[in-house]
Design a protein around this ligand. Structure first.
Ligand code: COA
Length: 160
C-alpha cells in the first residue's frame, strides 16, 4: 500500500493546496495531509483550527486523512508507515527550498521519497500569506480558499 503524507503549515489551506492534494489522492492509496505544529511560531490560525478547516475542505475525498504532528516530518512519516512525502511546486522560486528540504529528508531517511506535484497555473501565485493580506485589507478571498475557510476567516475578521 502506498501511503503519502502531504505536510505543511496550511495557515490556512488554499485551493492551491487542494489541487495538489486531489492529484496526490488520485495516485496514492492513502494520503495524509498533516499540519506541522511549530510550538515556537504563533500562526494566524491554531493547529486545531487548521486541522478542522482541512477536514471540512476534504469531505468527499475518501482516501484522504487529516492529522497534525510535532518535530521532524520524516520521523512522523516513519511512525505512520508512509513511503512518500508530497510537496507542491508552484514556480521556479519554490525549487531551491524544496530541493534542500527533499535532500535533507533523504539524508535522514532514504527509504522515504519526495514526490513533487505542480499546481494548475491559476494557483501559482497563491500563498497563505497572500490570503491573510487580502483578508486583512478587506479584499475578497472567496476565489482562493475552500468555502469552510472563507466562512471561518471572514467570521473571524468581522469578530475583531
Ligand atoms: N498552493 C498554495 N500555497 C502554497 C502551495 C500550494 N500548492 N504550496 C505551498 N504554498 C505556500 C504556503 O501557503 C506557504 O505560504 P506562506 O509562507 O505564505 O505561509 C508557503 O507556500 C510555504 O508553505 P509550505 O509548502 O506548507 O511549507 P511550509 O514552510 O509551511 O512547511 C514543512 C514546510 C512544515 C513541511 C517543513 O518545514 C517541515 O517539514 N517541518 C518540520 C521539521 C522538519 O522536518 N524540517 C525538515 C528537516 S530540517
Amino acid at each position: 500500500m502506498k501511503i503519502a503524507i502531504y505536510p505543511g503549515s496550511f495557515d490556512p489551506i488554499t485551493y492551491g493546496h487542494l489541487d495538489i492534494l486531489k492529484n496526490a489522492a488520485g495516485i496514492f492509496d492513502k494520503v495524509i495531509i498533516a499540519v506541522a505544529h511549530n510550538g515556537e511560531k504563533r500562526g494566524f490560525l491554531s493547529t486545531q483550527e487548521r486541522v478542522r478547516l482541512i477536514k471540512e475542505s476534504v469531505k468527499g475525498m475518501p482516501n484522504v486523512k487529516v492529522d497534525s504532528f510535532e518535530g521532524l516530518t520524516i520521523e512522523y512519516a516513519k511512525k505512520i508507515g508512509a513511503n512518500v512525502l508530497i510537496r507542491g511546486l508552484r514556480a521556479v522560486s519554490d525549487f531551491e527550498y524544496e530541493m534542500q528540504l527533499s535532500q535533507t529528508n533523504s539524508a535522514l531517511c532514504d527509504e522515504i521519497k519526495t514526490v513533487f506535484l505542480t499546481t494548475k497555473p491559476e494557483y501559482n501565485f497563491i500563498s497563505s500569506s497572500t490570503i491573510k493580506e487580502i483578508l486583512q485589507n478587506g479584499g475578497d478571498i472567496s476565489k482562493f480558499v475552500p468555502e469552510p475557510v472563507f466562512k471561518f476567516l471572514t467570521g473571524k475578521k468581522n469578530a475583531v
